[in-house]
Design a binder for this molecule. Structure first.
Ligand code: A3P
Ligand code: MG
Ligand code: MG
Length: 383
């Protein structure tokens, strides 16, 4: 029975049959037709400033400036010692910024179909979470290194999903080498070389890189029967005022080691493109600009990847990932969660847990360290 697919939760599930207690992650169970995934619609955005303060606007949105040369020689190590302010990752923000955005924009959310329908949930969405949490779900069937913990609370008919740091992740963070620590800066430095503060200015590589700053899009979409509201950081947008409206004008920036052997190309397709695809496909960001760097952190080429072309790009790769497996697993995970988390209670948390080569399981916690919906949000939503 452990290898059997879990029952679909829903109106057809008779009340006498209890939901399955675990969910298998085996790829072949998810090789079916691509599920419905509605074109994500941006319903809002917010900014976090240099001190991580929330603003209900786009003040941190940046504009992509194409490098002048195809081999730009950007030095990603520049400024690491003296012009870098790193966000304190010991501060766990959970869903707080998204919840702040929801409170500030509730009227926009509840309009349309939701108000008209007899939807049992107050917000009109089934799931509220970060894009990054969904990215982890999409890549789970192919992940062999890192597990995850996702805390889930049902309130007002909506499932809130917030990540909890695993013991392994905390250890990895503590054990990072100096080299790895520096390399985490390189991605942000690449953004600084290629992004400007407004449509008519140029990037300022002499400035400070401050990773507290962020611009986040909030999108609404539907995965099969699950109405989703999630937010994700956006690196920059097309500066052409005639570019399509968000999220279609957004651009994801990435860095990666330059590819010099067939083995490296294959690994890039099988592992890196999976993560890149999942992250951008979810919010409907259509392209990635990748800076390929050498071992010394010098960008030797820049290449654009169109998300819609990635599945073609990887087709010739043996043993490769499939978008449909990613999306079907995510969809079935959300159905699984919905069938388990039935009590509407902001103080209750179901902690869903997954380790590579295992099934997804869960435990239940009340008024524990895992409760994550803040009082200011509960108060506002229940009054
Ligand atoms: P690259 O991935 O281009 O190297 P994002 O690409 O999601 O906008 O993130 C910006 C940069 O943050 C990354 O750039 C990387 O340097 C760093 N980063 C992202 N996720 C990380 C993670 N899980 N651990 C460490 N660094 C990360
Ligand atoms: Mg980013
Ligand atoms: Mg990026």
């Amino acid at each position: 029975a452990g290898h059997q697919r879990h029952r679909q939760a829903g109106p057809s599930t008779p009340p006498s049959s209890p939901p399955n207690q675990s969910l298998s992650v085996q790829r072949q169970l998810y090789e079916r037709d691509f599920p419905l995934y509605k074109q994500p619609v941006e319903v809002g955005h917010f900014s976090l400033d240099s001190e991580r303060r929330f603003f209900n606007d786009d003040r941190q949105l940046r504009y992509y400036v194409e490098p002048e040369k195809s081999c730009p020689n950007f030095n990603l190590r520049d400024g690491y010692r003296d012009r870098f302010i790193k966000r304190d990752d010991g501060v766990k923000e959970k869903l707080d910024h998204i919840l702040r955005w929801i409170l500030a924009n509730r009227s926009k959310l509840q309009s349309k179909e939701v108000a008209a329908s007899s939807s049992p949930c107050a917000l009109g969405v089934n799931v509220v979470t970060w894009r990054g949490h969904l990215t982890k779900l999409l890549t789970t069937p192919y992940e062999t290194q890192e597990g995850w913990l996702l805390a889930v609370t049902r309130m007002g008919g909506t499932l809130y999903i917030s990540e909890v740091e695993t013991e392994a992740a905390r250890r990895d963070q503590e054990d990072r080498t100096e080299r790895h620590e520096e390399m985490m800066y390189w991605g942000y430095k690449f953004e600084q070389y290629t992004c400007a503060d407004d449509a008519h200015s140029l990037p300022d590589p002499g400035g400070v890189v401050n990773t507290n700053e962020a611009f986040c899009t909030v999108v609404q979409t539907r995965l099969a029967e699950h109405r989703l509201l999630f937010s994700g950081e956006v690196d920059c947008r097309d500066k052409d005022p005639k570019a399509p409206p968000p999220p279609a004008c957004y651009i994801e920036m990435k860095t990666s080691l330059e590819i010099s052997t067939p083995k490296q190309r294959s690994n890039f397709h099988r592992f890196k493109l999976l993560k890149w695809w999942a992250q951008s496909f979810l919010p409907g960001v259509p392209r990635i600009v990748a800076g390929f760097r050498d071992h010394d952190g010098v960008v030797v080429s820049v290449e654009t990847f169109h998300i819609s072309k990635i599945s073609q790009l990887i087709k010739n790769e043996t043993n490769c990932w499939k978008p449909t497996v990613c999306m079907n697993f995510c969809c079935d995970f959300l159905s699984f969660v919905k069938s388990i988390v039935t009590e509407d209670n902001p103080r209750e948390v179901h902690l869903f847990s997954w380790e590579p080569h295992r099934d997804v399981t869960y435990s239940i916690h009340r008024d524990s360290q895992y409760s994550f919906l803040p009082d200011w949000y509960i108060r506002e939503m229940t009054s």
